[in-house]
Design a protein around this ligand. Structure first.
Ligand code: EPZ
Length: 484
């Protein structure tokens, strides 16, 4: 793809300099033609931006304040819940990340009207599903985001039929959705699986008793949504207790659903005839907040996080205190200062309120800088140590044995070219680069964009040396200089 952006005076050299200095005026050239690929703001998936990289020079303590965005994993089911009514659902504090774009495209492909807020309202979206004509989640969308399967229960409950692509494998594990299907069958749905699609139908779902074989977050959310319009009562046991499940229940109750017990292992739903529209503010992203907590600790900075909820991060805060870190938690803010040597501590990932698997990779980077040996046990996903090999390329001492990783620290990290494999693994590499000696190049940062809103701007705002570069220019221009 020979797409070399020509800056207004036609010299790519000037464009390159503007790019690397991240000059904002470069973002708004007169036209949005394909050559103006350097505008990373609209979130649209452009083939070129799939090649973006981060260049990070390590060593700067992070000092200042970062505002945490809304939670991706609460926003996605909330957007799917809009399918349950023909009235508008207004969601606020929606993060501007790639997965939300995908969910919007999915809803629009079904016939929904999705309005984006702009300017001050840029984190608000209004969804109207009064004209759903195509109850289908196509493979093209589902393959880019598994959470697309969250439309299965709502479509079945509202439309009586749904055709949803099987999500297929994922970098971190097999991640089947058999528990979603079993649950819907217990609510009276008839389900066929053929040609890579789940074909589901039901005149009207009827209440039932579901005991999940395993705790599943989106399984709990999918079935809870389906049961809101079922005939009679549904009792779900061994449910997930994640804050995102509780936030979804809060929205559904505002829409007129009758739900008790969200946040516990047993949820009761009394089905109703119809749900109505509502306005709801999405909870803060506890995983984004946790990632910035570790960034502050690692860089020896002094960081204030605002618009977050420390109660959702109890297990992480407790673990970091065990490592010798002091964190001052307020109701919707946290202050992290760290000036002393980190002590090693073991973790094992569990369902909420245990240590979140989505913080495991970031914690591994921290463990490389702790004094002693940390044993990290991953209990939720069977293949979630892809970042270990990349961290080892930067000098970390990590040995993976099945679902355990043994991290020996403290080992100084040095810059290297590394690549992202999944969302949280990429966050662990960004954290490592912030403390590595030299300039690290992180490839495939589109993984980061899926779940972190403008992470490079937030980091730059508190003193990090980070910039985003596109594919074409750097290979031609930067290869010799950056690596050096
Ligand atoms: C949610 O995924 C999150 N995604 C994940 O965050 C998170 O890692 C995970 O919960 C665990 O906390 C969203 O909320 C969109 P599960 P989910 O069903 O619901 C097995 C991120 O980084 N299982 O709770 O897909 C499954 O394979 C992402 O933001 C079945 O066997 O996870 C896993 O081993 C990554 N059959 C375990 O249960 C099923 O039908 C827990 O998975 C469903 C799940």
């Amino acid at each position: 793809m020979k797409l070399v952006p020509k800056s207004p005076n036609g010299s790519s050299r000037k464009a390159e300099t503007l790019l690397s200095l991240g000059d904002p005026s470069f973002r708004k050239p007169v036209s949005r033609s394909r050559t103006i690929r350097i505008d990373f703001r609209d979130g649209a998936i452009t083939p070129e931006s799939l090649m973006d990289k981060f260049v990070i020079r390590g060593g700067n303590p992070l000092v200042g304040s970062v505002r945490i965005s809304g939670a991706k994993n609460a926003a996605l089911p909330a957007m799917a819940a809009a399918i349950l009514t023909d009235e508008p659902v207004i969601l606020e504090n929606i993060p501007d990340v790639r997965d939300i774009q995908t969910e919007r495209n999915l809803l629009v492909s079904m016939g929904a009207d999705v309005e984006l807020g702009y300017g001050r309202a840029s984190h608000r979206t209004t969804i109207s599903c009064n004209n759903l004509v195509n109850p289908e989640a196509a493979y093209e969308l589902v393959k880019t985001m598994r959470a697309s399967t969250l439309v299965l229960g709502p479509l079945l409950a509202r439309m009586g039929r749904a055709r949803v692509s099987q999500p297929g494998g994922c970098a971190i594990g097999a991640r089947p959705i058999d528990l979603h299907i079993k649950g819907l069958e217990r609510l009276g749905a008839s389900i066929k699986q053929e040609h890579g699609y789940i074909e589901a139908s039901a005149d009207r779902l009827r209440g039932g008793h579901i005991i999940f074989d395993k705790i599943t977050v989106t399984g709990t959310e999918d079935l809870m949504m389906a049961a809101t319009l079922a005939e009679g009562e549904t009792i779900m046991e061994n449910c997930a207790r994640e804050p995102e499940v509780v936030d979804l229940a809060a929205l559904l109750i505002k829409m007129g659903a009758r739900i008790e017990g969200a946040g516990t292992h047993t949820i009761r739903i009394h089905g109703v005839e119809k749900l109505h529209g509502a306005r709801h503010r999405i909870i803060p992203d506890r995983i984004e907040a946790g990632t910035f907590v570790i960034a502050a600790v690692l860089t020896g900075g002094d960081l204030q996080l605002t618009n977050c909820d420390p109660d959702h991060l109890g297990s992480l805060i407790q673990k970091l205190e065990e490592c010798g870190v002091s964190i001052k938690a307020g109701t919707d803010s946290m202050r992290i200062t760290n000036g002393h040597q980190l002590e090693a501590a073991d973790i094992s990932t569990e369902e909420f309120p245990g240590f979140p698997t989505d913080m495991q990779a970031q914690y591994m980077t921290l463990a490389t800088q702790s004094q002693g040996t940390s044993i990290i046990t991953e209990n939720i996903f069977e293949n979630r140590f892809m970042h270990a090999g990349e961290l080892a390329r930067m000098g970390a001492n990590i040995k993976v044995e099945g679902s355990r990783a043994i991290v020996r620290g403290k080992t100084p990290l040095s810059s290297a070219a590394v690549q992202c494999s999944d969302l949280r693994a990429s966050a662990s590499l960004v954290l490592a680069a912030l403390v590595a000696d030299g300039e690290t190049i992180i490839d495939r940062v589109y993984h980061v964009d899926r779940g972190y809103e403008r992470i490079e701007e937030k980091l730059k705002g508190v003193g990090a040396q980070i910039r985003r570069i596109g594919e074409i220019l750097p290979r031609r221009a930067a290869a010799p200089s950056v690596v050096a």
